[in-house]
Design a protein around this ligand. Structure first.
Ligand code: GLN
Length: 562
């Protein structure tokens, strides 16, 4: 009998190179507000374009556990991640530049780090040892960074350390950087974003502040590997050499970062100094191609766009002392830009404080000069009547109107009062015992507010919604099911839905169980564009993929005839 032949399949052992995670820390020298977040995002973008997988993290040095309880005038926008975590606006920059979907693993604050160390101590996880600020806090920071890198299976993790070198607040985070660098010098680099001023009286670029910043960084035990020099103009060779000599970095590692027309030029500019090649070389990684071309084309198209679309943004949180602060709405601004650019236009944004319309209603007429009006998210009673008056003006004068979250709730109130005959219409947020509150508190939220349980307790993050066939929304999206990010406590009161619909308001999007109203709009036969979303579409727009509702709004604005 023939022996049964067994085919032995030899297990092939494919030798795959083990992924060695690399880390790039971005720290700020001299002063804040010079574009550390955009630098981190742009470095991520150019490295991604070289075929590497990149993730990003932000460290914020304040005690707040997350950014959810912070006033936007003080800290800028609260960016909501898909998992509902409330973070700093830089997380939005990372997502927009790198097309990433980040989670709570990618964000930490001093408060959140201490909280977990203390919780761990209470659970006896340190087994009776004395738990100290050093090393336990930096070790927790390092643990979080390594976990995020591994979870994302990232070749490179970019970590932005908030604040400026020399501040008391971020010392422990710099200690974590120092420890990581000491443990694995080949795999960790530091990029210092500095500022090179040109005092008007001198007329010459001054590198001294950068030299001091570098020394301060040295005293924390860290040597910068790259210095990104932010300045009004490109650095000349002389300045580059000076910085290189006095800050102990190679001349080619001093990167010029002049002011640019749009932030989307920054990655393109970095590549003029061959930054991705230099970083990869320093980290011992090999590039796989370069795909920055598509981005570059888009960034160039912005420069040649001629047509202007004038958008009025009605809100509060704009003023701080003598300055108008628009950081609180950075995602909204960027989304308007993305949409306008996709139509070959540039948005011209005008900021209007809604309380102006309460003091002087005759000012409402000024809204006619706009191609479109947008009311972003907001909280509290101040300025609400001014916003409602602005919405009424847009509805009656057929000015394209786009309401985001509070902007949608207030549009529903306006419609209820002036079209559906509910003259007392209001929201619980403004009038807790109102007789016709068309915007009501969500039942589970009532308990939370009663217990003063404010932090991270709103309806937060991604939820799906179903769109009505043939609505403006479904036509814009081109599909029936969407997933969008939320941040709210109140909602359209189900008691009034039928009455509002009978009066002509269309709820074009609802939660799949049809309980929560996600979109309210007026048919095109009545108004060129009048639409509000209970969610925040601005958290999911990017240069390469503008949000469909922003595009629809800008299209209507672009076509407005006056
Ligand atoms: N204040 C409103 C609410 O809590 C809207 C919130 C927002 O605009 N993000 O429901």
């Amino acid at each position: 009998m023939a022996k049964k032949k067994h085919r032995v399949i030899k297990k092939k052992t494919v030798r795959t190179a083990k992924r060695v995670p690399k880390y790039i820390f971005v720290v700020g020298g001299v002063m804040s507000g010079v574009g550390k977040g955009i630098t981190a995002s742009s470095i991520g973008k150019i490295l991604q374009a070289r075929g590497l997988s990149v993730t990003a993290m932000k460290i914020d040095p304040y005690i707040n556990v997350d950014a959810g309880t912070m006033n936007p005038t003080e800290h800028g926008e609260v960016f909501v991640l898909s998992d509902g975590y409330e973070t700093d606006q830089d997380m939005g920059n990372y997502e927009r530049f790198m097309g990433l979907k980040l989670t709570r693993d990618n964000y930490m604050t001093t408060g959140s780090v201490y909280k977990s160390v203390i919780e761990r101590e209470r659970n006896l996880e340190y087994q009776g040892r004395c738990v100290e600020v050093v090393p336990h806090i930096p070790l927790e920071v390092i643990g979080r960074i390594e976990r995020a890198a591994n979870k994302a299976r990232a070749d490179i993790t970019i970590i932005e350390v908030g604040g400026t070198i020399g501040e008391y607040q971020n010392i422990l985070f710099l200690e974590a950087v120092r420890m990581m660098k000491a443990m694995r010098p080949e795999d960790v680099i530091t990029v210092m974003v500095s500022y090179v001023p040109t005092p008007t009286t001198v007329g010459e670029m001054k590198t001294k502040p950068t030299q001091y910043a570098s020394q301060t960084l040295n005293s924390a035990g860290i040597q910068a590997d790259f210095i990104v020099a932010r300045a009004a103009r490109p650095l000349d060779e002389k300045r580059k050499e000076k910085i290189a000599t006095f800050c102990s970095v190679r001349p080619e590692h001093v990167v010029s970062a002049p002011d640019v027309e749009t932030v989307y030029d920054v990655p393109v500019n970095f590549e003029k100094d061959h930054l991705s090649t230099l970083i990869l070389k320093r980290l011992g990684l090999s590039p796989r191609g370069n795909t920055l071309g598509q981005w570059k084309k888009k960034a160039e198209a912005i420069r040649v766009a001629k047509k202007k679309v004038k958008i009025g943004i009605v809100g509060k949180y704009f003023r701080t002392g003598d300055y108008v602060l628009t950081d609180a709405y950075i995602s909204v601004i960027e989304s308007l830009k993305h949409a306008a650019y996709s139509l070959g236009a540039k948005p011209e944004l005008v900021w209007i404080d809604s309380t102006d319309y309460e003091k002087s209603p005759e000012k409402l007429k000024e809204l006619s000069q706009f191609d479109g009006v947008l009311i972003p998210g907001g909280f509290g009673a101040r300025g609400v009547e001014g916003k409602i008056a602005a919405i009424e003006y847009c509805r009656k004068n057929k000015i394209p109107y786009f309401g985001l979250c509070y902007g949608m709730q207030l549009a529903v109130i306006e419609f209820a009062r002036h079209v559906a005959g509910l003259r007392e219409a209001n929201t619980n947020e403004v009038k807790p015992n109102g007789s016709q509150n068309v915007i009501d508190i969500m039942p589970d939220q009532k308990e939370k507010l009663a217990k003063k349980d404010y932090g991270a307790t709103m309806r937060l993050g991604e939820y799906p919604a179903l769109l009505k066939n043939k609505s403006i929304a479904s036509e814009a999206y081109g599909r029936r099911r969407i997933v969008e990010r939320h941040r709210h406590r109140y909602e359209v009161n189900p008691k009034y839905i039928e009455r509002l619909e009978k009066a002509g308001l269309v709820f074009a999007g609802t939660s799949p169980d049809r309980v929560l109203m996600e979109i309210a709009e007026l048919p095109r036969t009545v108004h060129p564009f009048f639409l509000g979303t209970q969610y925040h579409p601005e958290f999911q727009s990017s240069l390469l993929s503008p949000h469909p509702l922003f595009v629809a709004f800008l299209k209507a604005a672009n076509e407005r005839k006056r």
